[in-house]
Design a protein around this ligand. Sequence first.
Ligand SMILES: NC(=O)c1ccc[n+]([C@@H]2O[C@H](COP(=O)([O-])OP(=O)(O)OC[C@H]3O[C@@H](n4cnc5c(N)ncnc54)[C@H](O)[C@@H]3O)[C@@H](O)[C@H]2O)c1
Ligand SMILES: N[C@H](CO)Cc1c[nH]c[nH+]1
Ligand SMILES: [Zn+2]
Length: 433
Amino acid sequence: MKRLDTRDPGFEAAFVALLDTARDTTARVDGVVAGIIARIRAEGDIALLDLTARFDRWQPASADALRVTPEEIADAIASIEPGLMEALDTAATRIETFHRAQMPADVTMPDPAGLTLGMRWNAVDAAGLYVPGGKAAYPSSVLMNAIPARVAGVERVAVAVPTPDGEINPLVLAACGRAGVTEVWRIGGAQAIAALAWGTESIPPVDKITGPGNAYVAEAKRQVFGRVGIDSIAGPSEVVVLADGDQDPARVAMDLMAQAEHDEAAQSILITDSPALADAVPGAVEAALATLPRAAIAGESWARHGAVILVRDLSEGAALTDRLAPEHLQLMVADPRALFARIRHAGAAFLGPWCPEALGDYVAGPNHVLPTGRTARFASGLSVFDFLKRTTWIAAEESGLRATGPAAVALARAEGLDAHARSIAERIGLNSF
Ligand SMILES: NC(=O)c1ccc[n+]([C@@H]2O[C@H](COP(=O)([O-])OP(=O)(O)OC[C@H]3O[C@@H](n4cnc5c(N)ncnc54)[C@H](O)[C@@H]3O)[C@@H](O)[C@H]2O)c1
Ligand SMILES: N[C@H](CO)Cc1c[nH]c[nH+]1
Ligand SMILES: [Zn+2]
């Protein structure tokens, strides 16, 4: 864990180093990922089976075994104890309500020149949803991906989830069932992203790939972009807790560890204007780690990428937060709304000491698939918009073409594009030359 203080002369260099640190598990994974994608493109199912055996330690008998059967989904649902199924249902209902509220309306705009202009939203035909499964199972990520896809109206929804050692978490399958997903593939990592993007003999390609994952998944999504659409780069988890001196160090510590326990490459940062809190939290983190089953992962993340930054005041903290553009931002201060108004770059914000980030991971309603690695400067969390695209349209009668066409003809002539000019001019009897 790094300790920084904005009063120190070396602060700016240390902060820039923190911003620039690559958090990938193996420093650079782009070469490995390019090799995996090339193999899937060249060899299809054979490569998929081989890479699944290598990285997930599971050797399927044939490509048919890669697809989860409807009976397996039904059995999984039946095996979940009712209280847990109720919790899944609460989460699903709340996520659906929030995402329904996001649905945009089509636009139709009659215009005084006699044209009618519009914009229509359509869902993509097929979406591939990546649900991580290497170090933890994520039933919640099934809901966060599949519900917006369904609300947007995507016809084919295919889930890819790795099954390390062949084991699949029943709650993941139950979440697929609850979200109405019937196409589930036991594949993970870069090979899953490549298979969804390019297709194999058994897996038809999709148009858009969404969902979080580790460094290999994030890099694979980056590399297949263009062949398919992607949402954001939702890589190893991050949180910035911006807290004042009235906060309980133990609660702050547990919130930091809640993201650290995802991955050794996760990053948890405390920014505070309170020297006392800055002094207390590292000890509270050690105390929390002593009680956490995933202490090895969380401790490694905290040691490698954690930071405590002491600032002169909360405005300075807000400015640093904007530079970090974290995936999650917790504002544990007396007036969180006022402070939030001064911060522009974060994937999702959690306002007040009673709003731990983990609430948003599961049941609040907004999506937990969020941009990481400072990409919240330009990207947003997953939403129905990721499964929709716009088609603009123009309807013209003769009068509308006569009113607006001459200007287009003039511009087409100026660009030297004769066919453009004549396609309009000859319709309205204008001498184009
Ligand atoms: N940003 C978000 O919205 C969000 C949400 C949930 C989870 N997460 C993140 O998702 C990630 C989940 O990671 P995970 O590892 O548990 O599951 P994962 O499914 O993302 O990755 C597992 C896969 O990684 C591949 N892999 C592992 N080691 C490899 C190697 N050496 N070479 C090639 N491929 C390799 C394997 O194919 C394996 O199937 C965590 O970083 C977590 O923080 C992010
Ligand atoms: N915090 C993760 C996003 O970074 C999402 C998640 C799922 N389950 C628990 N947490
Ligand atoms: Zn989480």
